[in-house]
Design a protein around this ligand. Structure first.
Ligand SMILES: Cc1cc2nc3c(=O)[nH]c(=O)nc-3n(C[C@H](O)[C@H](O)[C@H](O)COP(=O)(O)O)c2cc1C
Length: 337
C-alpha cells in the first residue's frame, strides 16, 4: 500500500473549513472580491485556468487578482506534466496560496483536451501530473475530483485513486460527492443527476484520517456545512455561494472563531465595491463585469426584483458609469437594506 502523507503537511496547507468552489464564468476576480466583503477567511478558488492557455496566452489576464482575495487557490486544468509544472511555477510567482488540479469537470470540451474528470481513468498519469506540479513549487498542490466516472465507480476504486494521488504529493482532496457520466449527461446534468454519496467521503476520512478531505456537492446552508465538518475537514460550496452570497455572512464566526457580527447590509457591500469597480474601469473594464455579481445580494424582500432589474439595466449599458452603483446603494439604503 502506498505511504500516506503524515499530517505534517498541514501547516503549509492551512486549515480551511470553508471554501467557495471554482466555477467558470462565476468565480472570477470580481465575484471573489465580493465574497471577501462577506468572509475574510473563506478559501476562494479561481475559475479553472487551462495550463496550455497559460503557456501560450495572456498570463496577466488569466492570473491577476486583487490582494484582498487571499487566501486564494489557483485551479488549473491540463494533462501535460510539463505544462502543469509551468503553471504551478507561475501560480507561485503570482502569489497564489494553493494550486488545485481539476479532475472533476466532465464537459465535452474539457474531455476533448483529455483533462478534467476523464483523467480519473488514468491514475498513473494523474500521479505524474501531480508529481510534476508538487516538485515545481513549494505551494500545496491539491485536487478536486468526483467519486468516480462512468462504470468505474466503487469505494475501493476511489480509495486506490486517492492513495495514488497522495503518494504523488496531493495534499488536499476536494471531493464532489457524486460520480460523473462522461457520455450522455451534460455538465449541468452531471451536477444534479448522479446521486450524492456523502457516506463515501465520510468513510474515506475514516480510512485515511491523515489526509485532508473536503466535501463538495449539494451543500446549501450553514447547517449543511456544519454537518459536513463532522465527517471531514472542510466544506466547499459552489452554486449556493454564487446564488445566495449573503447566506454565508456568518462563516468567519461559525468556522473560524471570529466574534459574531451583524451580517453586512447589501447597501454597505455595494458601497464597498464602488472603489474596486472604479479601479477596474480605470483599467478599461466595464461596470457590468463587476455589477453582474451584485444582483443576488438582495433577495426575497420587497423591492428586490425591481432593484435587480434596475441595476442590470443600468449597468449593462456599454458606457455605464459608477453613478449606477451609487444610485443602487442609495436605493437600498432608502429601503433599509
Ligand atoms: C457554472 C459552474 C461552473 C463550474 N466550473 C467549475 C470549474 O471551473 N472547475 C471545477 O472544478 N468545478 C467547476 N464547477 C463545479 C463546482 O465547483 C462544484 O463542484 C459543483 O457545482 C458542486 O458543488 P455545489 O453543489 O456546491 O454547486 C462548476 C459549477 C458550476 C455551477
Amino acid at each position: 500500500m502506498p505511504a500516506i502523507p503524515s499530517p505534517d503537511h498541514a501547516p503549509a496547507l492551512g486549515r480551511h473549513p470553508f471554501s467557495v468552489a471554482p466555477m467558470l464564468d462565476c468565480t472570477d476576480r470580481h465575484f471573489r472580491v465580493l465574497m471577501r466583503q462577506i468572509s475574510c477567511e473563506a478559501l476562494l478558488y479561481t475559475e479553472m485556468v487551462v495550463a496550455q492557455a497559460l503557456h501560450y496566452g495572456h498570463r496577466r489576464r488569466l492570473l491577476d487578482y486583487d490582494p484582498i482575495e487571499h487566501p486564494l487557490a489557483l485551479q488549473v486544468g491540463g494533462d501535460d506534466p510539463l505544462l502543469l509544472a509551468e503553471a504551478a511555477r507561475m501560480g507561485e510567482v503570482w502569489g497564489y496560496d494553493e494550486l488545485n488540479l481539476n479532475l472533476g469537470c466532465p464537459s465535452e470540451r474539457v474531455q476533448a483536451g483529455r483533462f478534467g474528470a476523464c483523467l480519473m481513468a488514468e491514475p498513473d498519469h494523474v500521479a505524474r501530473c501531480i508529481e510534476a506540479m508538487a516538485t515545481s513549487t513549494s505551494l500545496p498542490v491539491t485536487v478536486k475530483h468526483r467519486l468516480g466516472i462512468d462504470y468505474q465507480e466503487s469505494y475501493d476504486h476511489l480509495l486506490t485513486f486517492v492513495d495514488i494521488m497522495a503518494e504523488a504529493g496531493a495534499q488536499r482532496f476536494i471531493i464532489h460527492a457524486r460520480k460523473a457520466w462522461l457520455h450522455g449527461l451534460n455538465p449541468k446534468e452531471n451536477r444534479t443527476i448522479p446521486p450524492l454519496r456523502y457516506d463515501w467521503v465520510a468513510r474515506l476520512k475514516q480510512d485515511r484520517p491523515g489526509l485532508s478531505i473536503v466535501l463538495n456537492g449539494g451543500l446549501t446552508t450553514m447547517a449543511d456545512c456544519r454537518q459536513a465538518l463532522t465527517m471531514c475537514d472542510g466544506a466547499m460550496v459552489g452554486r449556493a455561494a454564487y446564488d445566495h452570497p449573503l447566506r454565508w455572512a456568518d462563516v468567519d464566526g461559525a468556522f473560524y472563531g471570529h466574534s459574531p457580527r451583524h451580517p453586512p447590509r447589501p447597501s454597505a457591500i455595494v458601497e464597498a465595491m464602488v472603489p474596486y469597480a472604479e479601479a477596474h474601469m480605470a483599467r478599461g473594464g466595464r461596470l457590468w463585469n463587476v455589477a453582474r455579481h451584485l444582483l443576488q445580494l438582495v433577495q426575497g424582500v420587497p423591492g428586490a426584483r425591481a432593484w435587480r432589474r434596475r441595476l442590470s439595466e443600468g449597468a449593462m449599458v456599454r458606457d455605464a458609469d459608477l453613478k449606477v452603483l451609487r444610485q443602487a446603494t442609495g436605493e437600498l439604503e432608502r429601503h433599509g437594506y
